[in-house]
Design a protein around this ligand. Structure first.
Ligand code: AMP
Length: 335
């Protein structure tokens, strides 16, 4: 099932203890789309300026990503982000964010992008996420990512956006900040309890009953999956050399949502209905495999700067690392 993604398409300047890039292709929607493209057709929605290079657009096309809804704004500047990582890569400081063409951007989706049954609202202003959500009222599986900036300056709108989704994928610290709950499980349960209110317009809601799947990303410690009646957790894939974590979260989301979109037939209906409504073993199994694929995709992303490693990644490499991940997370018996 094709996926539509809206989010930043960016140029990033990144410094890590292992090197530096002054201007490289980045953005939440780009990292997501490249990862998800290993599983399903992806359509990217978002603006770029006239400084956005054709070779960078080609990186997405080479992975089969549909870029026809990437809007080039004449005279505008592509979103720019600059960040620097600490010595153990666990801390990151944002040094500059220039919204550029995202300021005043009104997403106009083509009939193809509107027809996708899976939607990913990648990290961008929550108002924009809601505008796009409203244009896909019949989407069967909607997931959302965000960040501390939007929790700080647009929390109310973000909460409304979350209520219109099936799945929320956030960093653990962001989940705590969003809910004000220091315990991760309690924070996830709080978000699971959110349902669309009268103020969430019925067109926006599209029949969704609020989030049923919470994924808490925990950086080098892995990720946890929380639903109303299940919990699952995986460590990050152990790597001796990590060069640049930029985009790891979006790549993780691309692996997770991409895998679900590609395997919806396995759960005999909508992911929403099976994952939230019934939670039969099969759907739980599907979500766990999606977590594993997400973990593997993210592990490749951090091996090199920006999109460099994912651009060369092959299916065979993904499958081989999935086998390794399964081997290192498996144990037999309880006594
Ligand atoms: P991640 O490392 O997965 O959290 O995502 C990093 C990507 O997010 C970078 O490629 C940035 O271009 C993008 N990014 C950083 N800040 C923002 C923001 N405020 N809004 C949207 N995208 C952002």
């Amino acid at each position: 099932m094709p996926i539509t993604v809206v989010g930043s398409i960016a140029y990033d300047a990144v410094k890590t203890p292992f090197g530096e890039r002054k201007r490289m292709l980045g953005g939440a929607a780009v990292h997501f789309a490249l990862a998800a493209s290993f599983f399903e057709q992806v359509r990217v929605v978002g603006p770029v300026g006239d400084d956005f290079g054709e070779p960078d657009m080609q990186v997405m096309r080479d992975r089969g990503v549909d870029v026809s809804d990437v809007e080039r704004i004449a005279g505008g500047k592509t979103f720019f982000w600059r960040g620097e990582y600490g010595w153990d890569l666990n801390s990151r400081e944002t040094l500059d964010t220039k919204l550029g063409v995202f300021e005043g951007f009104a997403p106009k989706l083509s009939p193809d992008s509107r027809s996708s049954e899976v939607l990913f609202l990648a990290n961008i202003q929550p108002d924009l996420q809601r505008e796009v959500r409203a244009q896909l009222p019949n989407a069967r599986f909607v997931a959302l990512d965000s960040m501390n900036l939007w929790i700080d300056i647009a929390r109310e709108s973000l909460v409304e956006a979350i209520k219109l989704c099936d799945c929320v994928i956030l960093n653990d610290a962001e989940l705590r900040q969003l809910t004000g709950k220091p315990n991760l499980l309690s924070a996830a349960r709080e978000v699971l309890s959110w349902t669309p209110t009268a103020s969430s317009s019925s067109t926006e809601a599209g029949g969704v009953g609020g989030p049923q799947i919470i994924v808490a990303k925990q950086g080098e410690y892995g990720a946890a999956l929380v639903t109303a009646d299940s919990f699952f957790s995986l460590p990050a894939f152990p790597l001796e050399s990590v060069v640049d974590p930029t985009g790891a979260g979006d790549t993780f989301a691309g692996g997770f949502v991409g895998y679900i979109a590609a395997h919806q037939s396995e759960i005999g209906g909508t992911a929403t209905a099976a994952a939230g409504g019934g939670h039969d073993d099969l759907s739980d199994d599907l979500l766990r495999r999606a977590m594993a694929n997400a973990t593997v995709l993210a592990s490749f992303n951090v091996e090199e700067f920006g999109t460099e490693r994912i651009e060369r990644l092959t299916r065979a490499e993904i499958v081989a690392r999935m086998e390794e991940l399964r081997a290192i997370t498996q144990f037999s018996g309880v006594t």
